[in-house]
Design a protein around this ligand. Structure first.
Ligand SMILES: Cc1ncc(COP(=O)(O)O)c(C=O)c1O
Length: 381
């Protein structure tokens, strides 16, 4: 099998896996227990927090571990809405956010909160000017993703952060696809909240990260014990948190080299496919994009069919985000770029990660061209 769907999830790194194992077997103490078995677990969680904080330029006290990116995104939006529930609230977001942000915003809208869903241009970029124009006297929060999970487009978050700060609007960025893949520094970005997810940077599934700037209010998500400073009660998933720390440390250390290699692989993929199938289009921004993601449109050919036929050849790619796959709906991200329904339904996303090798590109590309030719041949009969 060749796995080229790293935007959906990644394989855990060997080092992260080795480091988490003792916390499932020998050192399985509860991090809240006072004897040494528990204290060791607690120490490991705090070490992981330090590693995560260092990776994004934050303080360890500004990091909370969650069950994933979805939980962290939802938490920020609901907390801000709850904190201002006695005042008029307006939230700004974009049309291309992950569903964990979009659906949380829609739920808030249902409860009477005003939400603006900003459009993007034809490569998926949000205009800073549009953000500026959308700000109202009662705008409390903007939630704008750092990099898109379907097309890889990277938003001008630093500029948006500067603007929102000067306007006194809280700023959250969903950095799930960016952390561990491109440099991320919460101070450069001027964000108040940032979310990440360990399984996107070769950590374990079910571990998310919420950065909250010191001094900014966040209401507790879960009540119970005093874990995570009383903000998220419940026994910590020590092993997975330990893995997250090591995985992120490793991803950051290897980032420059990995990004360089992935960009070469993406370029080669696009060049060869375009040579063989000239009508293929790149959906997204070739200039300002994550190093390992490419979204390709195949004219009128169904992306779903391409994906299934590639699967039969042992190649894993996807049609849109993992959370939305299986639904026969065109991607909301591709529609927001201005694609027609048919164009949106004829796209596949190839996403390379640390474990892909340059040799796999040839196999993937010839598999894509083969299955495309097969579909076209069937059509012409
Ligand atoms: C941009 C983005 N945000 C949030 C999430 C949700 O993260 P998790 O799977 O950890 O809940 C994903 C996962 O696909 C994502 O790509």
């Amino acid at each position: 099998m060749i796995y080229a769907d790293n935007a959906a999830t990644t394989r855990i790194s060997d080092r992260a896996f080795e480091q988490m194992l003792p916390f499932l077997r020998e050192q399985y103490g509860n991090a809240s227990s006072q004897y040494s078995h528990g204290v060791k677990a607690k120490r490991a969680v705090e070490q992981a927090r330090k590693k995560v904080a260092a990776a994004i330029g934050a303080e360890p006290s500004e990091i909370t571990f969650t069950s994933g990116g979805s939980e962290a995104n939802s938490w920020v939006l609901r907390s801000v809405a709850e904190a201002y529930r006695n005042e008029p609230i307006h939230i700004i977001t974009t049309a291309i956010e992950h569903h964990s942000v979009l659906n949380a915003c829609r739920a808030l809208e249902q409860s009477g909160i005003e939400v603006t869903f900003l459009p993007v241009d034809n490569v998926g970029l949000v205009s800073v000017d549009d953000v500026k124009k959308a700000i109202k006297p009662h705008t409390k929060l903007a939630s704008i993703m750092l990099a898109n999970n379907e097309i890889g487009t990277i938003q001008p978050i630093t500029e948006i952060g500067r603007l929102l700060k000067s306007e006194g609007v809280l700023f959250h960025t969903d950095a799930v696809q960016a952390v561990g893949h491109i440099p991320v520094n919460v101070n450069d970005l001027q964000v108040d909240f940032l979310t990440a997810s360990a399984h996107k940077f070769n950590g374990a599934k079910g571990t998310g990260i919420l950065y909250k700037r010191a001094g900014i209010k966040l209401l507790p998500l879960l009540f119970g014990g005093e874990q995570e400073c009383g903000l998220r009660a419940g026994t910590e998933n020590v092993a997975a948190i330990v893995a997250a720390g090591y995985a992120l440390e490793e991803s950051v250390a290897e980032m420059a080299e990995t990004a360089k290699r992935l960009r070469i692989m993406i370029e080669a993929t696009v060049d060869i496919i375009k040579e063989k199938i000239p009508l293929v289009r790149v959906n997204g921004d070739a200039e300002c994009s994550l190093p390992g993601i490419i979204n390709l449109g195949f004219g009128g050919v169904s992306g779903e069919s391409l994906m299934h036929l590639l699967d039969l050849k042992g190649v894993c790619v996807s049609t849109s985000s993992a959370c939305n796959s299986g639904k026969d709906e065109p991607s909301h991200v591709l529609l927001a770029l201005g694609l027609t329904e048919q164009q949106a339904k004829s796209a596949i996303r190839i996403s390379y990660g640390r474990h892909n090798t340059i040799n796999e590109v040839d196999t993937i590309v010839s598999a894509v061209c083969d299955v495309y030719a097969k579909i076209m041949k069937r059509r012409n009969f």
